[in-house]
Ligand binder design. Structure first.
Ligand SMILES: Cc1cc2nc3c(=O)[nH]c(=O)nc-3n(C[C@H](O)[C@H](O)[C@H](O)COP(=O)(O)OP(=O)(O)OC[C@H]3O[C@@H](n4cnc5c(N)ncnc54)[C@H](O)[C@@H]3O)c2cc1C
Length: 302
């Protein structure tokens, strides 16, 4: 790819690390995926704006990645640049008594523990989701009856053009696993959360109890992207898949988890092709036997 050397010197000037020909399987919870041309670990908003503009001007394809916990990357990888918003872009701080400001690379677990330390309630249901707060807002992640719409107040983001803007929750069109950001390349950079004052021990008990439930029900010991199928209206994907006798079905090292039918797991060296073939089989079988049409939840990167 052209201009990677110039991009590398930009990264150096703005304190961002650039990794050339980086295997994306090292950056996804599925542990699947070929290489991208370059992965840039973003350290600040200014750098991100400059890099977006540089890539646009030089027609270099780019996309943003958080913790890689809701993506399936193709075996041939991504022909372009990945901006990774993670550890080095993850400051969390109090903005007022009940408002918390998070850089978008902060993990939900970190935001949850920060809130716990301040005895603030509202993050308990979300803190076990293994994504960044930016990735969570992008798709309005949720669990145990709550989702990001219950805690977000406003967000700052960068348009594809590199310009920056702040919007309020009301403007975000938050719905089941979707937001105004879904399907766009706007990059969420900062999120303000509004929580309530609570009691430390109650918050901790609730977080611990929900984490125990996750460990008991989900195959957390194996790589996956979480729930592989969206919840169809009026039913649950895992219930339908189980009913069709598909637990344990496999293609290569991709398997419908024997612990939770809604998860496809990587039992060793599964490829993206294995996962997609297995998912097609699950979708066809469920459609044939129950009439429900399942849809993939993870974002496919190719
Ligand atoms: C074991 C396991 C359990 C899970 N449980 C749940 C659950 O209970 N509930 C749930 O909702 N999800 C769950 N997930 C899925 C996943 O953790 C969430 O969807 C999470 O919000 C994804 O965040 P991420 O940072 O990993 O995003 P990524 O996977 O890195 O990216 C997902 C999408 O978001 C975009 N994106 C990421 N960051 C930004 C940003 N800053 N700005 C704009 N776009 C961005 C990416 O471009 C991509 O399109 C689970 C996953 C696993 C592996």
């Amino acid at each position: 790819m052209r201009d990677l050397n110039e991009l590398a010197s930009y990264c150096k000037n703005y304190d961002c690390v650039m990794l050339k020909d980086e295997p994306l399987k090292n950056h996804t919870t599925f542990r699947i995926g070929g290489c991208c041309n370059a992965l840039i670990v973003i350290s600040n908003v200014k750098a991100l704006q400059k890099l977006v503009v540089f890539c646009n001007e030089n027609k270099i394809p780019w996309m943003v990645l958080g913790n890689g916990s809701n993506v399936l990357v193709s075996d041939s990888g991504y022909d372009g640049v990945i901006f990774q918003l993670g550890k080095s872009f993850s400051k969390i701080q109090m903005q007022s008594e009940t408002l918390i400001s998070c850089e978008s690379g902060a993990l939900l677990s970190a935001a949850g523990h920060f809130a716990l330390d301040k005895s603030l309630t509202g993050m308990e249901c979300l803190s076990g989701i293994p994504g960044t707060i930016g990735g969570a807002l992008y798709m309005n992640a949720g669990a145990y009856g709550s989702d990001m719409s219950n805690v977000v107040v406003s967000a700052e983001f960068i348009y594809e053009s590199g310009n920056i803007k702040t919007i309020t929750k009301e403007e975000m069109e938050l719905g089941y696993r979707k937001s105004i950001f879904s399907g766009t390349r706007c990059i969420i950079t900062k999120i303000i959360l509004k929580l309530e004052k609570g009691k430390y021990s109650d918050i901790k008990d609730e977080m611990d109890s929900l984490m125990r439930q996750r460990r008991a029900k989900q195959p957390l010991e194996l790589p996956s992207a979480g729930s592989t199928f969206k919840r169809p209206v009026g039913n649950y994907a895992s219930f339908l898949i189980d009913q069709c006798g598909l637990k344990g079905a496999s293609v290569g090292d991709a398997q419908v988890s024997t612990k939770h039918a809604g998860f496809v797991v990587n039992t060793g060296h599964a490829t993206c092709a294995n996962v997609l073939e297995l998912c097609d089989f699950v979708i066809e079988t469920v459609k044939e036997k129950t009439g429900y049409e399942l849809e993939l939840e993870p974002i496919i990167i190719k």
